[in-house]
Design a binder for this molecule. Structure first.
Ligand code: NI
Length: 256
């Protein structure tokens, strides 16, 4: 059993063949998928996917790219959605200073607002961080996510990872761990404790080797887990089981 803890199967790229993508996942023993929202409409789509497929769970939230589109109505609707049984987390939220699609002060304000909403709804958070290490750290130290959280598709240094682990966060690995230039991420995967990592695809993006360049899908999370096993010198099964258990610890509503 393997848990792909970050997917975007509501993406239009799956509109013609979602059933076969889910079948591939089942054949690859991906027993659970967490589909993550990035704005109101993707959060609504995620919740309906979870209603339709028993192995799909969801997170709802507004990505930093979409921060400037959020209104009071967005928050009201997301609060309602977050109460649904299969919504396990608030996300993905955070800061993205690489593409800067929303102004930085708005990104920060919307990130803090959603940490507060997650705390109110007793949900962990899924954090997107791109080139915003210091501001993210400052915010999560000051506005602590009370139900914990995960840094998804982690790409920072081991130095930063240590700080995050000390703050109680989980570290999630995606396709880039399998790329040739993944020196920092490789070091983090080698050193991260077995009880603090997750695996994910972030599909349709970031397809792991050897399928890099193709559309990503949950079945390919095996490549990420396999790479962690190789780097840690443990079995694939141990990575799969630990990753699943860690998911159940962080996303507590899933265990109910
Ligand atoms: Ni994502």
């Amino acid at each position: 059993m393997i848990w792909d803890t970050h997917a975007h199967l509501d993406d239009p790229r799956y509109k013609d063949d979602l059933q076969s993508v889910l079948r591939n996942a089942e054949l690859a023993q991906i027993s659970r998928i967490l589909n993550v929202g990035y704005d109101l409409s993707s959060s609504i789509r995620s919740v309906s996917l979870a209603k339709k497929f028993s192995n799909i769970y969801t997170a709802v939230g507004v990505h930093p790219h979409d921060a400037s589109s959020a209104t009071d109505e967005t928050w009201d609707r997301l609060i309602q959605l977050s109460k649904e049984a299969k919504v396990l987390a608030w996300g993905e939220i955070g800061l993205d200073y690489y593409r800067d699609l929303s102004p930085r002060p708005v990104q920060k304000e919307v990130f803090i607002k959603q940490i507060e909403l997650a705390n109110r709804e007793k949900l962990p958070i899924i954090i997107h961080n791109r080139d915003a290490h210091q501001d993210i750290l400052d915010i999560v130290k000051k506005h602590r996510p009370e139900c914990g959280g995960v840094f998804h598709c982690y790409s920072g240094s081991w130095e930063m990872a240590k700080v995050l682990l000390n703050l109680g966060f989980y570290i999630s690995f995606a396709g880039p761990l399998t790329y040739k230039n993944a020196r920092h991420t490789v070091e983090v995967a080698q050193k991260v404790p077995l009880d603090r990592f997750l695996v994910e695809t972030d599909c349709p993006y970031l397809t792991p080797e050897p399928n890099r360049g193709k559309r990503n899908e949950p079945a390919f999370v095996r490549e990420v887990a396999g790479k962690i096993a190789e780097l840690k010198g443990i079995s694939f099964e141990e990575v799969a089981v630990k990753g699943f258990e860690n998911g159940e610890k962080l996303f507590k509503k899933s265990a109910r």
